[in-house]
Unconditional design. Structure first.
Length: 421
């Protein structure tokens, strides 16, 4: 299990793939990653994710497998489950979801029949593709009704309208959670409205799972939510996978929906890596890390606001912010993303609430603080990064100015190594 030795073997066997891996290592080291859904995992997670468990089939659950030779797979999955329950104060945890989309699909399929109504956040206002976007399979199978925010009120969710729609449509599930919403959520209000019609409450915390684990943000399970889902590779710094946490009374439905309902054999190497990441998140220092992410995101936001840059929701309560680049720089989100690539700062183009432009040519960009925080960057670095972004977008046609900013960005990055490289 020697990473460098394995890479040497890869180099001799498949130099093209080896070159791409080394190229990605260099890109990550030289640049600043600000996509809020990306992060750097621990070296120990790399070790587990590339381990011997890649070889093993383990359909079923601990103590109830379809194949033999499960002594050690049962051990790691049980550890992952126990750590997830402890970390999130959950009654039950399923750690087999292969990623975020199948994680959410398994919940829908556990409790809903085709055509049943699910209430979720509108995509342009911050919701995720799996929250019922028309282009998704789930959007075709179930009747997703969407609620919106009030942009002119700092992105406040219109709970009066949400309650009206709930009483009118009587959804099976009320879903809260987001992929591009820079505010916290009022879980108590969601639960209160759901209880009026007997709907299940589901929180997709894929972006902020690590912030909840680190007690930097509220845990919906503490407010009586029935189900919470989260990916493990974002703010949790684990491998690419998903967790489903729920009340004990729903455990059998959830487990059956994941396997055999939706998936076959679990990826045991990934489950080993999940267990490692959850163990790391249980350490006291992880709380400091989670709090620093919020501090860094707020620092970025404040610099933008001080320079009259238009932010969706006019600030942030979490790890991310969304910039209206059309309004701020007369520059579309795609052009802004490409400009920042030139200075070795990675963000993603992003639709804004009720965006008049299509998703591939949206009006904004989305950025966040987890990855930079993982490298050890703090407020001083965040201020520099925000000013570089502003300067680059204002001078997006000046290649000389962009080259100078890029050299400064790479000089800063050399002081903050990427973990595991």
């Amino acid at each position: 299990m020697n990473y460098q030795n394995n890479l040497s073997q890869l180099e001799s066997h498949d130099p093209e793939i080896f070159a791409a891996i080394i190229g990605e290592e260099q890109r990550e080291q030289k640049g600043i990653e600000l996509i809020p859904s990306e992060n750097y995992t621990w070296p120990e997670v790399f070790a587990a994710n590339g381990s011997i468990f890649t070889n093993k089939y383990s359909e079923g659950y601990p103590g109830r497998r379809y194949y033999g030779g499960q002594e050690f797979t049962d051990r790691i999955e049980t550890l992952a489950i126990e750590r997830a329950k402890r970390l999130f104060r959950a009654e039950h945890a399923n750690v087999q979801a292969l990623s975020g989309s199948p994680m959410n699909q398994a919940v829908y399929l556990a409790f809903c029949q085709p055509g049943d109504t699910i209430l979720g956040m509108d995509l342009s206002h911050g919701g995720h593709l799996t929250h019922g976007a028309p282009v998704s399979h789930m959007g075709a199978i179930f009747n997703f009704v969407r609620y919106k925010t009030i942009p002119e009120e700092n992105g406040r969710i219109d709970f009066e309208e949400l309650r009206r729609v709930t009483l009118e449509t009587k959804p099976k599930i009320i879903l809260c959670g987001y992929t591009s919403y820079p505010r916290d959520l009022d879980y108590a209000e969601f639960k209160k409205i759901a209880d009026e019609v007997g709907a299940l409450t589901m929180a997709d915390m894929s972006h902020i799972g690590g912030l909840i684990a680190g007690d930097a943000m509220k845990n919906p399970l503490d407010f009586g939510f029935d189900i919470m889902t989260t990916t493990t590779h974002k703010s949790l710094r684990g491998p690419r996978a998903g967790l489903i946490l729920c009340k004990e009374k729903y455990a059998k439905q959830i487990d059956k929906s994941v396997f055999p309902g939706l998936q076959g054999g679990p990826h045991m190497h990934t489950i080993a890596a999940i267990a490692v990441a959850l163990g790391k998140a249980l350490q006291p220092e992880f709380k400091n890390y989670a709090k620093q992410i919020l501090i860094n995101a707020k620092t970025l936001a404040q610099v933008f606001l001080d320079n009259n840059i238009k932010l969706i929701t006019n600030g942030t309560d979490n790890h991310m912010l969304v910039v209206n680049t059309i309004q701020s720089f007369n520059l579309g989100g795609t052009e802004a993303e490409k400009t920042l690539d030139k200075i070795s700062i990675t963000v993603n183009k992003q639709i804004i609430p009720d965006d008049p432009n299509p998703p591939l040519r949206p009006s904004g960009i989305r950025l966040g603080a987890p990855a930079a925080t993982t490298r050890g960057m703090k407020e001083v670095e965040m201020q520099k990064i925000a000013h570089w972004i502003i300067e680059a977008l204002k001078n997006h046609a000046d290649d000389s100015a962009l080259a100078q900013i890029q050299s400064e960005v790479e000089a800063l990055c050399s002081q903050f190594p990427v973990p595991g490289i």
